[in-house]
Design a binder for this molecule. Sequence first.
Ligand code: CS2
Length: 505
Amino acid sequence: MTALSPDVLGDVRTRDGGPPPAGILHLGLGSFHRAHQAVYTDTALDAAGGDWGIVGVSSRSSHIVDAMRAQSLLYTVVEISPEGSAFRVPRAHSDVFVGALDRDRVRSEIASAQIRVVTLTVTENGYTYRPSTGRLDLDDPGVQHDLADPAEPRTVIGQLARGLQLRASTHASPVTILSCDNLAENGSHTERLVREFAAALPAPEERELSLFLDSHVTFPSSMVDRIVPATTDYYRRLVTDSLGYVDSVPVPAEPFTMWVMEDRFAAGRPQWESAGATFSEEVAGYEQLKMRLLNGTHSLIAYLGALAGCRTIPDAVSKDFIEASARTVLREEYLPSVTVPRGVDVGEYEAQLFVRWSNSALGHRTSQVGTDGSVKLRQRIPEPAIELLGQGRMPHHLALTVAAYLTCIAPLGGFDPGPDAALMQDAARPLLRSLADASSTGRQLAHQALVEHHLLGEALTPFDGFVDRVGELVDILHSDGPLAASRDAARSDLTLHTLENGGTP
Ligand code: CS2
């Protein structure tokens, strides 16, 4: 069987010509980027042309880089819905390489005059900041390395700062840094971290970089949305059976896709609107809507689902009690803290989310959404929880989300949370496990994790009532299971419970 190359594409939609000339450097060559930004860029190149090809950097793994190189930088996006599959082969990449094998190249690409936009999908984990303060983690060994050695930066923030320094000292042309990660105000967050890195440099270097940032660099915020499950052999076979070629790195994705960003580009941009991207002043509202209603509720579905023995999100959301908990957390506990952007109908948004989550053909795993909860939940839970607690209301379903997370990652005394929970990866697992081993009740575990170790940052720690409620639900999950815990959360009176337990500090 022939490998994917421009010659075997037959009827599959693609653009003619070789790889486009580069204009974008992208850090984080994962599936999400390849099913999202690369597809928008491919359409924009079709519609308006321009030197906007993407140089894709994989941080450490050579798997995708090797495979894309062997396939003329092509791969197949497989759009999966219960009605069937649609295929597309974007031709958006100009080159790909592994950052860890060529650190100097990352820096020189950021400094290259040809590159006018640097985009990032490096996950919540990739920004080397302290979640409790939101500030750059100056104790991180990678950050320390990058502060000491300008030539071969290892961390994303170090790469940006060192690359921009080189740019400032060579041709000093403007550039845009565009974060596409699920972080609140991702543009200003990235800018703050780069400026904190600059502030830790010797004074003359600090001055030069800060002046360059002030005058030549913009950091627009963006909201990205498309459910992209990890690829599997099933998708490889589907591509071969349907299209007659072998693609070793196809990307499955749902049909839905959305991208909203601020239109603050220092040196131009592709015509992404021709692919349906929205340029808006209300990105913060879109981010909140997505990170709370979609991502926050997704976490609850994943953890309750895994505890109920569901391998996939559609399996989980098809259980009545999980659907009911998801609807309550979304409407009653996330929505009140969201500034809904003009023109968005929340009822329709919710209905669409449940259709997306129910896409059984996609097979999105609970273990994938449940991975990295210790970083994801900090982005999703504290602010909405504190807002309700401040009004004297107990967010039982946010507490249930944290309780289900703890039960999956750090079960108490020999409890088995099941195979899907075991597959969830989380850097905090060893710490949480040791806390669980030293705790005999959910309340102790919740107190240790949330108050002593600031699992969700410092702002939530004074809310004893919330921490106790998490602990109670951990115990119910252990003794009676997810259905009972979900019923307990639903039964509890929204106001009374709080005040009895001293929910406000
Ligand atoms: C999910 C997201 O894994 C997760 O935490 O909530 O990856 C979600 O599928 C995407 O943000 C959808 O755009």
